[in-house]
Design a protein around this ligand. Structure first.
Ligand SMILES: Nc1ncnc2c1ncn2[C@@H]1O[C@H](COP(=O)(O)OP(=O)(O)OP(=O)(O)O)[C@@H](O)[C@H]1O
Ligand SMILES: [Mg+2]
Length: 250
């Protein structure tokens, strides 16, 4: 018998997920899980299926088979806006900011969208603007933002919903070396505050530095999963992901 008083296992679980697009197998039987207070890296070459998996976890797409569980609840078919209510937030690899609104307005509107009062939303926006170094651009429209700022606004906006889990699809693309250092500190502080973070990036150095575990996808299939030390030492990773002459420290 199921004990309904037992605490739910706290984790975001992907179990046996497959997805094909007109014959292209974007994901084949992928399983992984990450927990609050953990940074979970998801890496793989272009077209490996990373964004497809984020779309499925966040409810923007449905798997052909397999399930998504959030803290023990099956959310495979739950609408994205329901998942985002305090539980799950994501960023997008491309765009998706409200371009006609300023940076501050983007964050405020998103916070109000999950039920915060205008006053609380403004206060949360000020915090996030400071956390992500967005002060100089706070009152500019998002349409005019340099790429690196756009990505950081995407992360700040996702955090405005106060999620327990956040899915970051290449949030550091376009950041310069200095900005990447600050961004890595932001990610660590999310973990320290107890968020479960899924981080996708092609910058393997950043991934090895900030992740607790790393999952490697190649052509929609799991190649390996392990700690940064295990992944760094993996010949399979170097061969399959970067080519025989490649180095993971690019
Ligand atoms: N809506 C779609 N319709 C058709 N094919 C799609 C669709 N979305 C993804 N694909 C295909 O699925 C595969 C996985 O794509 P996906 O965008 O998930 O890869 P990715 O790992 O995020 O790549 P990148 O590193 O370039 O962002 C690719 O072959 C892609 O062309
Ligand atoms: Mg992608």
């Amino acid at each position: 018998m199921i004990d309904s008083t037992a605490p739910r296992p706290r984790a975001l679980r992907v179990a046996g997920v497959s997805r094909a697009f007109a014959g292209v197998k974007a994901l084949t039987d992928v399983s992984l899980q990450f927990v609050p207070g953990q940074v979970f890296g998801l890496i793989g070459p272009n077209g490996a299926g990373k964004s497809t998996l984020v779309n499925i976890i966040s409810g923007y797409d449905l798997p052909d088979s397999g399930t998504i569980e959030l803290d023990g609840r099956d959310i495979t078919r739950t609408k994205p806006y329901v998942r985002s209510r305090g539980a799950l937030a994501r960023t997008f690899q491309h765009g998706h900011l409200f371009n006609g609104l300023t940076v501050r307005e983007n964050i405020v509107v998103t916070a109000m969208g999950v039920g915060k009062s205008r006053k609380l939303a403004l206060a949360r926006a000020d915090e996030l603007i400071a956390d992500f170094g967005l002060e100089s651009r706070a009152d500019q429209p998002c349409s005019a933002l340099p790429h690196g700022f756009e990505r950081r606004v995407g992360v700040a906006r996702a955090l405005a919903t106060d999620p327990a889990y956040i899915l970051l699809d290449e949030p550091a693309a376009g950041l310069n070396e200095g900005e990447i250092g600050e961004f890595a500190a932001n990610i660590r502080s999310l973990r320290d505050r107890g968020l479960g973070v899924l981080l996708i990036d092609h910058n393997v150095k950043l991934i090895l530095e900030v992740c607790d575990r790393i999952h490697v996808l190649v052509e929609g299939k799991t190649l390996l999963e392990g700690t940064p030390a295990e992944v760094r030492g993996s010949e399979a990773l170097v061969e399959a992901y970067l080519g025989r002459s490649g180095s993971v420290h690019r």
